[in-house]
Design a protein around this ligand. Sequence first.
Ligand SMILES: CC(C)(COP(=O)(O)OP(=O)(O)OC[C@H]1O[C@@H](n2cnc3c(N)ncnc32)[C@H](O)[C@@H]1OP(=O)(O)O)[C@@H](O)C(=O)NCCC(=O)NCCS
Length: 156
Amino acid sequence: MSMKMREAQRKDCEGICLVEQESFSQPWTKDAVINELMNKDLTLYYVLEDEQGVIWGYAGLWHVLDEGQITNIALRKACRGRGYGELLLRLLMETAWERGCSVIFLEVRFSNLPALRLYRKLGYTVVSVRRQYYTQPMEDAYVMSCERKKYRWADR
Ligand SMILES: CC(C)(COP(=O)(O)OP(=O)(O)OC[C@H]1O[C@@H](n2cnc3c(N)ncnc32)[C@H](O)[C@@H]1OP(=O)(O)O)[C@@H](O)C(=O)NCCC(=O)NCCS
């Protein structure tokens, strides 16, 4: 399957909702997704799409002054573990650096080992813990950050 990444548009909201439903116990509603996609001054969203226009994953970030905050990153189950999550996250982060971010934050469940490993690989470190941040199931979150100068670029 040949995949491409591109900036998300309003028409992608249903595809993004499917990814959400497959990935999280409390998926974003369609309205929440539309709000995110419409708020173009502050947000940056990318989708992973196949040649038939099916959305397989997405990643997003809020950009305020020189700080970024990853809102979500997720892939359909069948598409995980093939390098696409890393590609999406790198595209998002590298665009954020270009747009003037100097540090990017995110939250992640304590038990989410694939995501934790991905974030560490790209240069994120734990800065604090938010107790009982998640529900269904209740779980603590690590707050992680990556400064631009600590970002680990891909070997080319
Ligand atoms: C987290 C997620 C986005 C990663 O995307 P992915 O495409 O599966 O990951 P990739 O194939 O790009 O792998 C990149 C790195 O992630 C880590 N990783 C990915 N899957 C992993 C697994 N099953 N176990 C351990 N580490 C894993 C590894 O560090 C890997 O690098 P490596 O192959 O050099 O070891 C994806 O698994 C997902 O959608 N999960 C469900 C939603 C979610 O939890 N999102 C994060 C919310 S904070």
